[in-house]
Design a protein around this ligand. Structure first.
Ligand code: 5GP
Length: 253
């Protein structure tokens, strides 16, 4: 990889300085982590799949008028994105109970919620990304009331888009997490979908069998994560063939 300035390295991605001001290159790693990085592994091909899937979802969102940070895919593992100021909140939308909501409220996983529920968690690994109320967000100045209203509207549009897309390929969108960034145009601010949208940050269940096709496969040791993500990509027509499972190059004597 060419030498260039690393801006930030997270658990699953690296951000590099982009070719033009106001841009970054987002590199998708094969690293998988769960439970605040207590469980770690390298899943060959995960970065390639998430790069393609995130591109696919972001382009789809742009096409229905939902702004995102995405500019273009550069290669198998990298995409060019707009530089945004990330709001330090994870925005979670839930259609069915699962994960921490099931634990917190004693709801059986898979229980249909009366309507989509939007939650906010404060992005801080050392605190385990705690759930916070709108009161905290405004009091601590992480976002304004107007930002919050816009974030909820954005998250619900992403939910409608992603739910419909997934339903069309026999997958139930149980819940997902997005991050939102501020994009400045002089003094004018726009909120855009940032980070990534991939099976790393969604719960995706097969409608017929209930089979999990998301990061819970890794979190709960349910089988091959690469196979699950490949299945999502295959159903969506994102990968023409089993492109991530290509054999390693061999030396020809
Ligand atoms: P839960 O709160 O049940 O653990 O997660 C709700 C949804 O948000 C799940 O789809 C989960 O994958 C996603 N999510 C929550 N926190 C994170 C996070 O820190 N990283 C990623 N990639 N996804 C998250």
């Amino acid at each position: 990889m060419a030498r260039r300035k690393k801006i930030y390295e997270g658990k699953a991605k690296v951000l590099y300085e982009g070719p033009e001001p106001g841009t970054f290159v987002q590199y998708f790693k094969d690293d998988a982590t769960a439970f605040n990085a207590e469980k770690k592994d390298v899943i060959e091909g995960k970065g390639v799949l998430n790069n393609r899937l995130s591109e696919f979802f972001m382009i789809g969102l742009e096409n229905i008028g939902v702004p995102t940070h995405f500019l273009k895919r550069l290669n198998m593992r990298e995409q060019l994105i707009r530089q945004v100021e990330i709001i330090p909140l994870e925005v979670i939308v839930r259609n069915y109970a699962a994960g921490t909501m099931s634990k917190r409220l004693g709801l059986e996983e898979g229980t249909r919620l009366p309507r989509p529920i939007v939650e906010f968690c404060y992005k801080d690994d050392s605190l385990g990304d705690p759930l916070v109320a709108e009161e905290h967000i405004i009091a601590f100045n992480w976002a304004t009331q107007q930002d919050l209203d816009d974030m909820v509207a954005l998250a619900l549009r992403v939910n409608d888009f992603m739910s419909g897309l997934m339903y069309g390929v026999g997958i139930k969108l149980v819940d997902f997490k997005i991050e939102i960034g501020r994009l400045w145009d002089n003094d004018f601010q726009r909120l855009v979908v940032a980070d990534e949208i991939s099976p790393d940050s969604c719960r995706l269940w097969d409608i017929e069998t209930g089979q999990k096709l998301d990061k819970d496969v890794f979190r709960r040791d349910l089988g091959s994560l690469a196979d699950a993500y490949t299945e999502v990509a295959r159903r969506l027509g994102v990968l023409p063939s089993n492109a991530t499972h290509m054999p390693k190059p061999t030396l020809i004597n």
